[in-house]
Design a protein around this ligand. Structure first.
Ligand code: ACO
Length: 354
């Protein structure tokens, strides 16, 4: 059966670090609270645009696949923090990479990467495209509300990317499922960043979240999604070699793993280093897991995600023979001499570091 297999991967995590201690110097929180409740030690704050991060991750993924941008039939950027309403981040990425394939952004909040992978897999199965670049890129630091310490400590910036190609072999996406419950849309929202903010500039463009409700739904829904995806792939939980969850909160990841009765050693996490990077978290974790040798040829990799919408989904993949990059390239973006806190101060109202 024709399906999508991942043949290239890459990531871009901005150099400026915002530690828990940095946050504790400007809001009423502590390193101990943040680590205990979320597992996060630090996160990155970007000095470049969402599209620049997306392009940097994409260049690495293309080099890893030994392909160029003009060989892509489709570019999807999963994001809820685009630089502009028009054009899409994906169109900007194509402008940097070349090519005339289809481009689109996909907003399913933190589930965006699993959604985009599933969409690309469907288009490949249908024969519409042969190769696609799928990127998760977020600049969520733009939406941080320092008046709300519950959410201010959670989010960070970054991008991850994969190149997928049509295959008739045993590797690739074995199954996926996508879901949403729009009736719960208000428990996790960013209001003023859309046209609501144009009609009423007083609507804040910051994250508004009912943390406990999101937590409860996340654990239930990600567990359900994984079970259905496994069933559809004809596999059991014991068959999973590596679980890559959306990096929302270490307690959510642990609770989901317990609910699935999965061996904790199979769960890959990096939330301590980047916080919640929304749609970027799974491809960043995947890229790191591969580079650290955590994924072996033929492994079954499960991806589970949930996010605002509420959205959730899961994908089960069998990895191919290659777990190393064809080429490894360094990023060509300019660096920054600013600290994470200084970069945050430039975009958050009411943060005066003087
Ligand atoms: N530092 C110190 N204390 C804090 C902080 C903080 N940063 N934040 C909250 N507190 C306090 C609260 O004020 C409260 O104090 P009180 O008991 O005196 O009232 C206490 O800590 C407990 O607060 P809760 O909100 O009940 O804390 P909880 O244990 O639920 O943890 C958290 C909060 C981490 C947000 C949790 O609910 C969670 O992880 N939710 C899911 C978050 C998530 O993954 N979101 C996904 C976003 S996805 C997307 O699409 C963008």
């Amino acid at each position: 059966m024709r399906r999508a297999a991942i043949i290239g991967w890459g990531d871009y995590t901005p150099p400026a670090v915002l530690s828990n201690m940095d946050l504790a110097s400007v809001i009423d929180t502590s390193d101990e609270w943040i680590q205990t409740r979320s597992g996060i030690k630090e996160r990155r704050i970007s000095h470049v645009s969402n599209a620049d991060m997306a392009t940097a991750a994409a260049k690495q993924a293309l080099a890893a696949a030994d392909l160029s941008g003009d060989e892509m039939d489709l570019i999807i950027v999963a994001t809820c923090s685009p630089d502009r309403a028009v054009p899409s981040v994906a169109a900007y990425v194509q402008r940097q990479l070349g090519g005339v394939g289809a481009t689109m952004d996909l907003n399913a909040a933190c589930s965006g990467f699993v959604y985009a992978l599933s969409v690309a897999n469907g288009m490949i199965a249908a024969g519409t495209v042969n190769r696609a670049l799928i990127i998760g890129a977020e600049r969520l630091s733009s939406f941080i509300d320092l008046q709300d310490r519950t959410t201010a400590v959670l989010f960070g910036d970054g991008a991850g990317a994969v190149v997928v190609e049509a295959t008739e072999g045993p590797e690739g996406v074995l199954s996926s499922n996508l879901h949403s419950d729009g009736s719960l849309s208000e428990i996790l929202t960013i209001r003023g960043a859309g046209t609501e903010g144009v009609f009423d500039p007083d609507v804040p463009h910051t994250v508004d979240m009912e943390g406990r409700e999101v937590f409860r739904n996340a654990v239930t829904r990600m567990g359900e999604g994984a079970v259905v995806a496994l069933e559809n792939a004809g596999l059991d939980v014991e068959d999973i070699d590596v679980l890559i969850s959306h990096q929302a909160n270490i307690r959510i990841i642990d609770a989901t793993a317990r609910r699935l009765s999965i061996d904790p050693d199979t769960v890959y996490t990096n939330i301590h280093a980047y916080g919640n990077t929304s749609a970027a978290s799974i491809p960043i974790a995947l890229s790191e897991a591969l580079d650290q040798g955590a994924i072996k040829p033929g492994d079954v990799v499960a991806m589970v995600a949930f996010g605002g919408g509420l959205t959730w989904g899961a994908a089960i993949l069998r990895w191919g023979d290659r777990v190393t990059r064809h080429h490894r390239i360094e990023h060509d973006l300019p660096g920054t001499d600013k600290t994470g806190l200084e970069l945050l101060a430039a975009r958050v109202r009411g943060l005066d570091l003087a």
